[in-house]
Design a protein around this ligand. Sequence first.
Ligand code: SAJ
Length: 426
Amino acid sequence: MSSRYINKTICVVGLGYIGLPTATAFASRRIRVLGVDVSQRVVDTVNQGRIHIIEPDLDMLVQSAVSSGYLRASLKPEVSDVYLIAVPTPFKDDHQPDLSYIESAAKSIAPLLKSGDLVILESTSPVGATEQLAAWLAGFRSDLSFPHQRGEDSDVMVAHCPERVLPGKVVRELVENDRIIGGITPRCAEAAQALYKVFVTGSCVLTNARTAEMCKLTENAFRDVNIAFANELSLICDRMGISVWELIRLANLHPRVNILQPGPGVGGHCIAVDPWFLVSSAPEQARLIRTAREVNDSKPEWVIAKVESAIGQILKDHPGREASSIRIVCFGLSFKPDIDDIRESPAVGIVRALITRYPEQVVAVEPNLEGESLCVKGTTIPLLPYAGATASADVMVLLVDHKEFRTNVPALQRGQRVVDTRGIWI
Ligand code: SAJ
């Protein structure tokens, strides 16, 4: 282990999807970590050695980190040698970044800072946020110097080290992925590099804070633009009577073409958010990135229109049939396959919209959730087990390509209509 951090203490502010695994990774290398969160429930859960988020294998690691005494949680930060900020950076209604959580974190750690400390911003942030963090800290502590003021001679060092882990694979990717380490000065970057080397086996590549901020946004915007390309192709192909799935398979046989897969829209907490930070920083230049966001955000409406058109077709084929007798079964609610995370899921948005339009006619199948119903933002979504759900459907809407749906393709009965947003049933 990098000797520089032996016997040092780390305070991780924010115990969410990134903060908790990161705090645990340090603690599992026998570094004392205090995890801080504004939620008493989160603090209590972690102190009991349990987790409040869904992430494979993390529960065992947290349990062992807490029972060994290297990880504990609190509502308030305590004096430490390193402060690592992993709080949310959402956007506001106008798609402008909301840095208020970072500002609150700065306010909470500022009184504890001392000369020689390192402050790291992990939250995905717009370009300039790390310098803004240093400026906020300096505003609270005029007795200390910061790198934007004193360069390499500053009392406190500040760096940006964005996370790049894939939800569902966090435990492995946190250790194995290469990391971009951006210091406000080279000394800040080197100090942060030595810290991450405690548990990261991938490369820890140094740059400045602004490039590191931009790099993280670029990675997620790159994926968003590529998914938008696939989603746009799906609309074009539908209009032209071509299977987009076959088309992409064929085009990808070209050695320099690698098209991603269309879906019902882009969900999760990163790819649908981060590109807006680029758009808000450079609105006139980021035209493609903005359009990609709009293409992906409008895909759920297209799916809903497809369901409406399927219903219209059934009514046309059966003139005496009441519209209210049509039963719609939606398959999958999570934001991507084989997880139970439904936050920011386009599938949930589609199901809620269908329930509003067709009350009492919509049910969902989500193999990764238990229970007979799910309440989201005031809408109750009835849940059915997969077995038997297809038989009662007039319209089947495939929203997530979970392994259960991939490996057990239902046989279509006469008159049933399928809207397959993932291309696994058609
Ligand atoms: N999706 C498609 N078609 C595809 C791939 C994805 O429609 O071909 C959809 C998914 O269904 C999902 C959304 O995109 O709704 C996002 O899923 P994802 O698997 O692409 O990404 P996330 O949000 O789980 O994680 C991303 C990752 N970024 C990149 O791959 C560039 C991860 O490495 C980041 O750490 C994470 O964002 C983050 O925290 O920023």
